[in-house]
Design a protein around this ligand. Structure first.
Ligand SMILES: [Zn+2]
Length: 68
């Protein structure tokens, strides 16, 4: 739990993975490629930043998920 880097909508994604907003709802957004743009927040979302959702001890993402 050392570093929690945050990103703004419209910024480039530094890595593929799942990101969560910082509002109480905790909206998540999965990004599959480096260099995508962070999306705007959902209409009911009061967040201001995205951050990587890397739960401690979580296993690597499972292969074979649907392609977008
Ligand atoms: Zn949200």
């Amino acid at each position: 739990m050392a570093s929690s880097v945050t990103f703004l909508p419209g910024h480039y994604t530094p890595a593929a993975g799942e990101y969560v907003c910082d509002c109480v709802e905790g909206h998540s957004w999965r990004i599959d490629l480096v260099g995508h743009l962070f999306p705007p927040f959902p209409p009911n979302c009061s967040a201001r930043t995205w951050q990587a959702a890397r739960a401690a001890g979580a296993p690597d993402p499972l292969p074979g998920r649907p392609q977008v």
